[in-house]
Unconditional design. Structure first.
Length: 140
């Protein structure tokens, strides 16, 4: 299942089921002040016509803050999914699932908006986003 690149073959990346569709409400796991986020777009996601784009652990998505301070609400931000309820199968056969779907807010430069991440972070997200891994208290 290695993806074919223009020249050669990229490293092996197992497929992670996309389970967080557009319109889903997810928990904000950082200390930026936002509580609940709504997914409004998954950039660079190609799918069948009339099917909702979906995201999984480690994916970037555009979100709107639904609950939080007034200065954060009703604005579009970037976010990275760090936890999902649906089990993720790893190469060693272990399946990992979490209690909630959660994300952290990201600035356009790729930095996290908060300075601390509450709860565990999936290893798939920390491999793709090293800035998120630096703030994580626990990587599972």
């Amino acid at each position: 299942m290695a993806k074919q690149a223009g020249k050669g073959v990229e490293e092996f990346r197992p497929y992670v089921t996309k389970v967080i569709p557009v319109g889903a409400n997810i928990v904000c796991a950082d200390n930026s002040g936002a509580k609940i986020l709504e997914v409004i777009n998954v950039p660079r996601h190609r799918t069948r016509a009339s099917r909702l784009p979906s995201a999984s652990v480690g994916d970037f998505c555009n979100v709107v803050v639904k609950k939080g301070p007034a200065e954060l609400r009703k604005q579009v931000y970037g976010a990275v999914i760090i936890r999902q309820k649906y089990p993720v199968r790893r190469l060693n056969g272990v399946r990992v699932c979490f209690e909630d779907n959660a994300a952290v807010l990201i600035t356009p430069e790729g930095e996290t908006k908060g300075t601390d991440i509450k709860g565990p972070v999936a290893a798939e997200a920390s491999e793709k986003w090293p800035r998120v891994a630096n703030l994580a208290s626990m990587v599972v």
